[in-house]
Ligand binder design. Structure first.
Ligand SMILES: [Zn+2]
Length: 348
């Protein structure tokens, strides 16, 4: 069931310079629709004469905007410049400077959990403005680049949740985040995609989410380098971390048909972590539950703290491989892992 509609057209009298796009989504738990925001009167300002010698600034293009359960993800062809401000307590303005809307701006994907409504417009030749109206029970966080800075996440949280940044308890937990493979070890390879690149992207996104919640993190690798398995385990000990989470991508040699999510652990102390993260991953993605397995893998066996290895999808399945490369789906996966870690650690 989707409680939303979308339409597009010119809403203000700035002629062809304006392209306005309205997205509408009911937040989870909302009992009545929010009123339409009052359009902001806009006055055409006289344009200063161009500097004849000025170098043209690089211009970013908004390629797409997607609604995800944690907010909105804007995708650009190059990292944009941001400027933000509140027009009123319920209307947030996010401006992208030196930016234009791509003529073929991709249609947004609204899922059932979309938390707010968004209007996107070209306010002048070089500025794109996103006006975000949130329901009274929601609030907006600081816009932040994802691991790939061409993607900007505008977080939208329920107000009922305590301010994650103000939660001091989480600051004492350190989690080692392990992106499988790297460097000369590409991991599984299918369709021109290397496992090592998918795992790094996912780990960097997970790092962003966890740091925002004030967890301490240590990455076994933050770029395309080879780290031996023993080195990954000693990083846990050296950093005095309490948890170890490894992300890999599965591969089926015989057939391209299998897809879905598997979770591995070795030591009994890791069982609750494994089952909790696995349950969140299956619930959030709806993927086939390929179950939790006990296996003596090096990084889960040799770690002295609860350690799990997540096989979050199959690179050998073309449809799942395409999803695993999709920034919005990567966000969905790391949101699931993040909420699983919060439950495991007893955080709200
Ligand atoms: Zn692997």
């Amino acid at each position: 069931m989707k409680n939303w509609f979308g339409s597009q057209g010119n809403y203000w009298s700035l002629g062809a310079a304006i392209f306005a796009l309205w997205l509408w989504a009911l937040p989870v738990g909302a009992e009545e629709p929010m009123p339409m925001p009052t359009p902001i009167p806009t006055v055409e300002a006289p344009q200063p004469a161009p500097e004849p010698q000025a170098e043209p600034q690089p211009v970013s293009a908004v390629l797409s905007v997607e609604a995800v359960s944690s907010g909105f993800i804007f995708t650009f062809d190059r990292p944009p410049q941001l400027a933000t401000g509140w027009d009123n307590p319920n209307l947030f303005r996010l401006a992208f400077v030196a930016t234009r809307l791509a003529p073929d701006l991709a249609a947004p994907v609204l899922d059932d959990g979309a938390p707010a409504r968004l209007q996107l417009q070209q306010s002048d030749e070089r500025t794109v403005v996103a006006l975000v109206q949130v329901a009274p029970q929601m609030r907006i966080g600081d816009p932040q680049p994802l691991a790939d800075p061409r993607h900007i996440l505008l977080p939208v949280y329920p107000k009922a949740q305590p301010d994650p940044a103000a939660n001091q308890q989480t600051g004492t937990v350190r989690i080692v985040l392990d992106a499988g493979h790297g460097g000369y070890d590409p991991g599984a390879q299918r369709g021109g995609v290397d496992e090592k690149d998918l795992t790094l992207s996912l780990i960097q996104r997970l790092d962003t989410h966890l740091r925002r919640l004030n967890y301490q993190t240590t990455l076994t690798r933050s770029d395309d380098t080879f780290i031996p398995l023993a080195g990954r385990v000693s990083i846990t000990n050296d950093s005095q971390a309490q948890l170890f989470v490894s992300i890999h991508i599965n591969c089926s040699d015989g057939s391209s048909a299998p897809y879905g999510i598997e979770t591995y652990y070795t030591t009994p102390q890791s069982a609750r972590l494994a089952y909790t993260l696995h349950r969140h991953l299956i619930a959030r993605t709806g993927k086939p539950d390929r179950r939790v397995h006990v296996r003596s893998l090096y990084v889960t066996h040799r770690n002295s703290v609860p350690a799990v290895l997540l096989e979050v999808g199959f690179i050998s399945n073309p449809a799942e491989r395409a999803q695993l490369r999709d920034p919005a789906y990567q966000e969905r996966l790391v949101e699931a892992i993040t909420s699983g870690l919060q439950e495991y650690l007893g955080q709200p």
